[in-house]
Design a protein around this ligand. Structure first.
Ligand SMILES: C[S@@+](CC[C@H](N)C(=O)[O-])C[C@H]1O[C@@H](n2cnc3c(N)ncnc32)[C@H](O)[C@@H]1O
Length: 304
């Protein structure tokens, strides 16, 4: 079961009315989308996902609520192009980034360092690059870079070295083999804090799915297809995702420094968006759902 994070808050900030046209970029198991569909009886929902299994389950749920929706089975990097084919502008766009709990829980998807599986981690099962390729074919320098940047892992060097040493003997095939190598290449004290494989698995997942580049491109596209008065809500789980969101939102909602002291701001330079919210889950939500502990919701509104 996937427990949606910041559900009430994100739905509230989408400012739905019964005629709203909404895009859910990360349908998953339709936690957010079901709520949205219930409120937009005369509107329309476009929902993206690239995971066939999530789509199948979500479709079953949405069917019971209404027929005014379309599931778009593609990477949300194509958001702007796909929406432009169907309509002009929309009233709300939601991103709830990362993986869903069922993706983590299904052993064979290879996302979890607790469960034995082939190294995979592809959200889109038709994609070529997978975690096996990253772990067995990337150079030591490339591994260090992704472990440091995407994993913010301070033992990136020794873990990458350990991987190279091991794969010179034999290819690393499974999640538990990799988790063991990671464990062996960090100091004893560090192993006790939290599982040392957590950050490395996250880094490999981000690389396999090119998550940061894809999100940046999609969010920029989202700014172009939102109606005046419409809102974009983004739930992130990683500091680098959040930084991308924060920077893009700041860029479009603040006056450039060199114009800040002008007595009159010409219309074409006035920011087109305003920031509405920047919140984290309540203590109660974190206690109930540990996955929400690193989440943040940012909301922006198009003004003109
Ligand atoms: C955190 S889950 C969303 C959960 C959903 N909001 C709910 O409440 O059930 C993220 C979902 O987005 C999908 N996803 C992540 N990145 C994607 C991308 N670039 N393109 C399309 N789908 C993506 C994943 O496959 C996953 O199903």
């Amino acid at each position: 079961m996937h427990e949606s994070v910041l559900l009430t808050e994100s739905i509230k900030y989408l400012n739905l009315n019964k005629k709203s046209i909404i895009v859910d970029c990360t349908l998953g198991y339709a936690g957010h989308s079901s709520n949205i569909l219930k409120q937009i009886k005369e509107g329309y929902l476009y929902a993206f996902d690239q995971d066939q299994e999530a789509i199948k389950e979500a479709d079953k749920k949405l069917k019971q609520i209404g027929t005014n929706y379309e599931i778009i089975n593609t990477n949300f990097v194509n958001l702007k192009e796909e929406i432009k084919k169907r309509t002009d502008k929309v009233d709300g766009i939601l991103f709830d980034l990362g993986v869903s709990s069922p993706q983590l829980d299904e052993d064979y998807r290879g996302f979890s360092f607790h469960k034995e599986a082939k190294l995979d981690m592809r959200m889109n099962q038709n994609q070529k690059l997978n975690a096996y390729d990253v772990v067995n074919n990337y150079s030591q320098e490339e591994l260090i870079k992704i472990f440091k940047i995407y994993g913010e892992e301070k033992y990136a060097n020794s873990i990458a070295k350990g991987i190279i040493k091991e794969r010179n003997i034999k290819q690393i095939e499974t999640t538990l083999e990799l988790a063991e190598i990671i464990k062996e290449n960090v100091p004893e004290k560090y192993r006790r804090k939290s599982h040392p494989a957590r950050k490395i698995f996250q880094a490999i997942r981000i690389e396999v799915n090119d998550e940061l580049n894809v999100f940046e491109k999609a969010l920029k596209g989202a700014l172009d297809i939102i109606k005046p008065g419409g809102r974009i809500c983004v739930i992130t789980f990683h500091s680098l995702e959040d930084k991308i969101c924060k920077n893009i939102f700041n860029e479009v909602s603040k006056l450039p420094k060199e114009l800040q002291n002008l007595p009159v701001i010409p219309d074409e330079y006035k920011p087109k968006f305003k920031i509405i919210a920047n919140i984290t889950p309540t203590k109660e939500e974190i206690e109930k759902n540990n996955r929400s502990r690193s989440a943040r919701l940012r909301v922006i509104e198009r003004e003109m």
